[in-house]
Design a protein around this ligand. Structure first.
Ligand SMILES: [Zn+2]
Length: 154
């Protein structure tokens, strides 16, 4: 019973307030990693380019760094997913991470810069490590937190 209540409380906290303005997440990003990025972010119905039909967010470097997120995806996403998406795009546009990490531990991507958005659960459980990886640009990230999650789920 306690577990159910705890879960309900957690879900309520997760979904109670949703933030439409992408700059809310950029402010959060700035606080989380202690920088002052001010990349213009627009919510769009269609991207400037058709090159990546499966993308839900884009960082463009020219003429100036700027981000577009797809409105249809934005509207159906929780705040946590919105946060991960904006952090990923800011990883490109504000931290100049041009590459996508391909490294996984079991089912879990070890970087916000993985081409697919990590699951909310793994992100929330290991957020500190994801942020550390994002800032320090580990070539081979070693994530104790993800290894632990892997063991809990087995
Ligand atoms: Zn990307």
């Amino acid at each position: 019973m306690k577990t159910v209540l705890l879960l309900l409380t957690l879900l309520t906290i997760l979904f109670a307030c949703s933030h439409y303005d992408p700059d809310y997440f950029q402010d959060k990003f700035n606080k989380d990693i202690n920088i002052k990025s001010k990349v213009p972010i627009k919510i769009v119905k269609k991207f400037e380019t058709d090159l990546y039909p499966k993308a839900v967010g884009m960082c463009y470097f020219a003429p100036q760094p700027h981000i577009e997120v797809l409105e249809s995806y934005w509207l159906e996403s929780s705040d946590i997913i919105r946060e991960i998406l904006i952090y990923h795009e800011l990883g490109h546009c504000a931290l100049n991470r041009v590459e996508h990490s391909q490294i996984k531990i079991g089912l879990f991507s070890t970087s916000i810069m993985y081409p697919q958005i990590p699951h909310e659960f793994e992100y929330l459980a290991c957020k500190n490590e994801y942020l550390e990886e994002l800032v320090t640009k580990h070539i081979i990230p070693i994530s104790a937190c993800l290894f632990q999650l892997q063991n809990i789920k087995r």
